[in-house]
Design a protein around this ligand. Structure first.
Ligand code: GDP
Length: 297
């Protein structure tokens, strides 16, 4: 999965630290320099890396570490803790409305990020939890997108609401909500149109949907393979339309994974889930602590 190369590098750095027994301040500084290089090579945002190393250094050069019994272990522990903190500390889930009230979730993201696939993955998760989701085809520009949502919805045994290509997404969302109320759906997931790049039209359309219906959770789907770009996209979406959290896809691939480490620090918004494959069951809840352990190997 992503991070394989980062993990290997960190393990080497740690092995070196452990073998030293007593550590001098210079040993720690040298190790931190190597960690910095490894994080940058994994495509972690530059400012995020700088802040991260500064924090670890402040703690590691403190007396408690240097006078500790096993300073090498202590540095590793600090790196672990700071990685967890970097990814948001707590596991954060998509927030559903209480009781039987309908939760409206809007999925946003660039074309190809994995939005439609992730929409169907989420629906499957909710169905397993006994919810009654409704998927809504708001991507009216690509007939293939509507079809793809229908095919995936069928695979998941979840109803898909579509009105073809000749309606405005905001109107489709409104009609879908009406349909959900009448048919006892308690989660409505809007699959919106992506573009190759962020543009005013896309943002305007998302804004219009938000004005037409009450959206409880706006989720941005980003592609881990696009590295630093994914994080820039997240920042821009958050600044323009406001997001509640992120789902990061393709973490199973041979990516460098840096986006997963940078998103929370750059946007302030948590990662809810991670896409770990093309199959509709390949969606994992994102746990910062477990992810940190995975990265450290
Ligand atoms: P959309 O344009 O944002 O709706 O993107 P799609 O849902 O059509 O996904 C684009 C491609 O990425 C498809 O080939 C998906 O199968 C693939 N994909 C989506 N999520 C994942 C993931 O977590 N891992 C992998 N390996 N592929 C994914």
């Amino acid at each position: 999965m992503a991070f394989d190369s980062l993990t290997e590098k960190l393990q080497n750095i740690f092995k070196n630290l452990r073998s030293k027994g007593r550590l001098t301040e210079d040993d720690v500084k040298e190790a931190l320099k190597e960690i910095k290089r490894a994080l940058l090579a994994a495509d972690v945002n530059f400012k995020v890396v700088k802040d991260f190393i500064k924090k670890v250094q402040e703690r590691a050069i403190g007396q408690d570490v240097m006078s500790g019994l096993n300073p090498g272990q202590m540095v590793i522990k600090i790196v672990n803790e700071e990685l967890v903190e970097l990814m948001g500390s707590e596991t954060t889930d998509i927030q559903l409305q209480p009781g039987s009230a309908i939760t409206v979730i809007m999925m946003a993201g660039l074309q190809g990020a994995g939005k439609t696939t992730t929409t169907a993955k989420l629906a499957g998760k909710y169905k397993l939890k006994g919810k009654k989701p409704l998927l809504v085809a708001c991507d009216v520009y690509r007939p293939a997108a509507i079809k793809q949502l229908q095919v995936n919805g069928e695979k998941q045994g979840v109803e898909v609401f579509a009105m073809g290509e000749n309606n405005k997404p905001a109107n489709i969302a409104k009609a879908a909500l009406e349909h959900a109320r009448k048919n006892g759906h308690n989660i409505v997931i809007l699959d919106t149109a992506g573009r190759l790049h962020i543009d005013e039209d896309m943002m305007g359309e998302l804004q219009e949907i938000k004005e037409a219906v009450t959206v409880h959770q706006t989720i941005l789907v980003i592609d881990a393979m696009t590295g630093q770009d994914a994080v820039n996209v997240a920042k821009e979406f958050n600044d323009k339309i406001g997001i509640d959290g992120v789902i990061i896809t393709k973490l199973d691939g041979d990516t460098r994974g840096g986006a997963a480490l940078s998103v929370k620090a750059v946007t302030g918004k948590p990662i809810f889930y991670a896409g770990m494959g093309e199959k509709l069951s390949d969606l994992e809840q994102f746990h910062p602590d477990r992810m940190a352990s995975r990265i450290l190997g």
